[in-house]
Write a protein that binds this ligand. Sequence first.
Ligand code: LRH
Ligand code: MN
Length: 424
Amino acid sequence: MELEKYKIEAHNDDALQTHNRRLAFVAAEVENAEAIIQKLVDFQVAIPSWALGTGGTRFGRFSGGGEPRNLEEKIADIGLLHALNKSSGAISLHIPWDIPENTTNIKALAAQYGIQFDAMNSNTFQDQPGQELSYKFGSMQHVDKAVRQQAIDHNIEVIKYGQALGSNSLTVWLSDGSCFPGQLNFRKAFQNTLESLQQVYAALPADWKMFVEYKAFEPNFYSTTVGDWGQSYLYASKLGDQAYTLVDLGHHLPNANIEQIVALLLMEGKLGGFHFNDSKYGDDDLTVGSIKPYQLFLIFNELVEGMDAKGMNHATDLGWMIDASHNVKDPLEDLLQSVEAIMITYAQALLVDRKKLAAAQADNDVVTAQEVLQQAFRTDVRALVAEARLRSGGALQPLALYRSADIRAQLIKQRGAKTVATGL
Ligand code: LRH
Ligand code: MN
């Protein structure tokens, strides 16, 4: 479903006066407004191909209708998000949920919408129909070499799909672990997993990155073989320079200081990217910034400080991806809110008075240090984010236009009320 340009222009004309008033106010407050707007224009967040349908839990799934029936319609949905906010210019595919039958056609279709292919995701946490060997007791950790080889072959196949589409990174999330004490020899599980990852690493094209995603628990509930940032860092360090850790915000034990983890991984040059979402309890995969917006700000504060300290390019040197699932919201509205939260938080982190913060830290002036951070967090930067969208040809208020243009109703009319998208 195309969103006609004239509809975006008409929407912006109606909202322009209010926008300009708000922009003038914040631009008067913020000295580096122009630089921030330009950084926002360049900043793109990859949308997960597995989060365009209504997710669910083991207790139930309540479809909202009009869900994409195939990869082509998923790319069209991301094209729609990108037309609205001009910040969703990439898709992250999950294999085999989204196998591109004809990579040339899929690549051409994505290009039409201005969509790039971000990290590819492998899947050795489910058994596929007709699969020879089961991953019930793990994949790369498995005691049976043949199961490990099956997982290695799958990851190498995923790299090939990615090469054909123009992706240049592979995310490996392993659900491997154990549910009961005694079930697993932790040392052998680590070594089997490392040897397996080394074979996948050896198949990486020279310009590719491998992201090792860690997770504390689920689906295993006693141990996870890539269970925290330290274990992921250990694997990535032993694998080589093309291997990095991937931080999924929902994959930590309660009250973990994620911003400190991010600062140290960045310092070590081993932070590869993010799966943004939010959570209150476990891996809830909720809308970014919906539960702990200040934690998200503190993470972006460390990112900006750490990336500038290393002279890194904010837009291209790390993998910026969302990983969410939607139980009660329209998937596209949820993703629009998540991208907006990321852009707002990035803008606030760019606002932090770094000189004043460093001086306060040098003086152990704890109060001023907090004031510097909260001054930025309490600044309403939404007009800067909207201005970046306007300059990129997007909508000033994406969610409002998505609703006023009645897009979900048109998708249901086009696809039906009972369509089910592959994914979570
Ligand atoms: C695991 C995870 C991983 C994906 C999956 C869909 O919880 O975060 O990144 O493969 O979700
Ligand atoms: Mn994830």
